[in-house]
Design a protein around this ligand. Structure first.
Ligand code: FAD
Length: 634
């Protein structure tokens, strides 16, 4: 198994007299190990008789970018305090805990008392003096929406302060699968159009329109599709207008058509903007779970959502933009003047230092949704039996709805707050998404070895169907050919097959019967289910569950090895949030603009209606971040 060899760090401590007598060890270097986020994590820990003197990071498979702040801070803190009761790092807590546990393992091997070190109190950092700073624009949140807003505003000549409450850029964006929808015609040419897809286009054109905008989109698609057919094109038809219809219909007509139009026109441009700045797109158009159409694009270089963060944040440095980032500073309250205009925000550093950040032009809220805020989930949930703490989430811990609450305090209108998406195919225990092996549109079976749903359906339909199965989980079935693995046997998060198998949620069988045994499902039923599915895929017609759209590789190659990935729904996306207009200006409860206040990304509501299509979030956040940044800078 290929692993990252993280010999990056060797932190050596000058011993103080206090630490000298506190602990006793058998001097030497010991290897400690513990379970990290993606697999085993090792550390080499050096001890003198009385202290831990160095911690060197060994082999691990943690995700670059996401885990880095934990690698930088946790060993340093353990050395400084000679304690294992050190703080974990926000959004990298699993990695932080793994480092602590691996050092504890080494402490035990060195004859030390790990339990005593776990209980050894660490003095809290002291708050610094109050800080006051001023810029044209203050952005709150360092995911892709906030970064795109900051960069675009700075490119337009504005000075920008960006605050991020964790020690690193990323948010949910860096954790994401990295699939972005955009109706880019060149990439659609990589896909041969099937009969099922042809009838889907006709079905969308023939739907009863809800409003003038939808009728206009349908008329445009009619013309575009006729021209596509007349030209004899055999590749997949796609256009921004088809994307608009699918987004609006896919969200039960709850989304705002004006915003949907802005997003679906703008996302192709956002794709080009990223490419112009070094984002290397794979030449493909993919379907992911609940994307409805083969319109998702992904980086050829970076794992998961890391490329979005790396490329946009690098622009700050590469273009020498006037953007000052304050990490570990959380916005808490918006400042308004007598007229109600937003003129800045109050924030607090993680050490308690108070900040007053004045904005000459505007504040842009880009702090993400509220998927990790259990109280808000429970308060607004009407769609699901329960969204309490027992339901896992795919979200980063810092995604707690702060911007939504701050905007509400100054009179912003909140919309669609009850529209909370469950990702149907998360890890049943942890909610993680990075150990998925089969495509989300592959065949699903339950513990009885039977299919139970049209797998190309919307996410809410899939999640509800899975929750009704025995144990409320299912298995995604694949071979190599319809898995997410590339030629190196790595998935889109760059996890290897071995790492996925080690996660406990992925099973491998040389034959279908062997796989059935590992899953504990009846082999006869399972094999019959696979045979039926293959037949339906070949005919693009599934009489059992009405599935019409099958990617070319949907059928299971009958040669093993076969894979099953155990999956269950987890809280994923909050479609509701702050109401905005087409410039991403925040609206109050009377529908009027709140001067000086913008919102971009998942903190907003109105784009996805009752159900976000897979790949539409990255499309929205980059587009709305740029939109807010350029308008606010004017
Ligand atoms: C596991 C996972 C997989 C996904 N996969 C996909 C996919 O493949 N395609 C797709 O389209 N969508 C996907 N999504 C959804 C998508 O990633 C998110 O909707 C999107 O990244 C949100 O971007 P954002 O910039 O609005 O917020 P985020 O990226 O979440 O960033 C918000 C930032 O604000 C910071 N913050 C919060 N509160 C404060 C505060 N008070 N002060 C300062 N900073 C604050 C947070 O720490 C965070 O860094 C996925 C989501 C998850 C969780």
């Amino acid at each position: 198994m290929k692993r990252y060899l993280g010999l990056l760090m060797a932190v050596v401590l000058m011993l103080s007299p206090v630490t000298m007598w506190a602990d006793t060890y058998t001097a030497g270097t010991y290897t400690g190990e513990a379970q990290g986020h993606n697999g085993k994590l090792k550390v080499e820990v050096t001890f003198s008789d009385g202290a831990i003197t160095a911690i060197e990071l060994g082999e691990h498979t943690e995700s670059p970018g996401i885990a880095d702040p934990a690698f930088e801070r946790v060993p340093q803190a353990i050395l400084e305090h000679q304690s294992l009761a050190v703080d974990t790092v926000a959004n990298a807590t699993v990695t932080s805990k793994a480092i602590i546990e691996a050092v504890a393992d080494a402490v035990t091997k060195a004859g030390g008392d790990a339990e005593a070190l776990r209980n050894k109190e660490v003095a809290q950092a002291q708050a610094g003096e109050a800080q006051e700073m001023t810029a044209d624009i203050v952005v709150m949140g360092g995911g892709a929406a906030g970064l795109a807003a900051a960069v675009t505003a700075a490119e337009a000549g504005a000075s920008v302060i960006l605050i991020e409450k964790t020690p690193a850029y990323g948010g949910n964006t860096i954790l994401s699968g990295g699939y972005m929808q955009a109706a880019e015609p060149e990439y659609a040419k990589t896909v041969e159009m099937t009969d099922g897809q042809r009838s889907e286009v006709e079905r969308y054109i023939a739907l009863e329109p809800k409003g003038e905008r939808m009728a206009a989109w349908q008329a445009t698609v009619r013309e575009q599709y006729d021209a596509h057919v007349k030209a004899g094109n055999t590749w997949l038809f796609d256009s921004p207008e088809l994307h608009m219809i699918q987004t609006y219909v896919g969200g039960d007509y709850v989304g705002n058509p004006e915003l949907i139009e802005m997003m679906c026109k703008g996302d192709v441009d956002s794709m080009h903007w990223l490419a112009d700045n070094g984002f290397n797109w794979k030449n493909s158009a993919l379907a992911i779970v609940g994307s409805i159409w083969m319109r998702c694009h992904i980086s050829a270089d970076y794992a998961s959502g890391q490329g979005f963060i790396a490329i946009i944040s690098n622009m700050i440095k590469d273009k020498n933009l006037d953007v000052t980032t304050l990490f570990e500073v959380a916005g808490t309250k918006l400042i308004t003047d007598d007229t109600g205009r937003v003129t800045g925000l109050i924030a607090q550093g993680s050490d308690g230092t108070p900040y007053t950040l004045n904005a000459n032009k505007a504040v842009i809220l880009a702090s993400g949704g509220f998927g990790a805020n259990v109280d808000m989930r429970v308060k607004y949930n009407t769609m699901w039996p329960s969204l309490d703490a027992s339901v896992p989430t795919t979200n980063a811990a810092s995604i707690t709805g702060d911007g939504i609450l701050m905007a509400q305090e100054v009179g912003a209108n909140l919309i669609d707050m009850d529209q909370i998406q469950l990702l149907p195919i998360a890890d049943p225990v942890t909610g993680r998404t990075n150990n998925v092996i089969g495509e989300g549109t592959n065949m699903y079976v339950n513990q009885l070895g039977k299919r139970f749903v049209n797998e190309s359906e919307r996410r809410d339909v899939l999640a509800k169907a899975i929750l009704e199965q025995p144990g409320s989980y299912c298995y995604i079935i694949s071979t190599f050919w319809n898995s997410r693995m590339d030629a190196d046997y790595k998935n889109n998060y760059h996890l290897t097959l071995d790492e996925m198998l080690a996660s406990g949620a992925v099973f491998e069988g040389k034959t279908l019967e062997e796989l059935a045994e590992k899953m504990g499902v009846p082999a006869d039923t399972f094999v019959e289910t696979v045979n039926n599915f293959n037949k339906y895929a070949a005919e693009s017609n599934d009489p059992e569950f009405g599935r019409m759209v099958f990617p070319a590789n949907a059928a299971l190659e009958m040669e093993g090895p076969f894979y099953a990935c155990k999956r269950a729904p987890a809280v994923h996306h909050t479609m509701g949030g702050i109401e905005v207009n087409v410039h991403n200006q925040v609206l109050n409860t009377q529908g009027e603009v709140i001067p000086g206040l913008y919102a971009a990304g998942e903190v907003t509501g109105g784009f996805h209606g009752s159900n976000r299509l897979g790949g539409n979030a990255l499309a929205e956040i980059v587009t709305t971040g740029r939109n807010a940044g350029s308008h606010a800078a004017q």
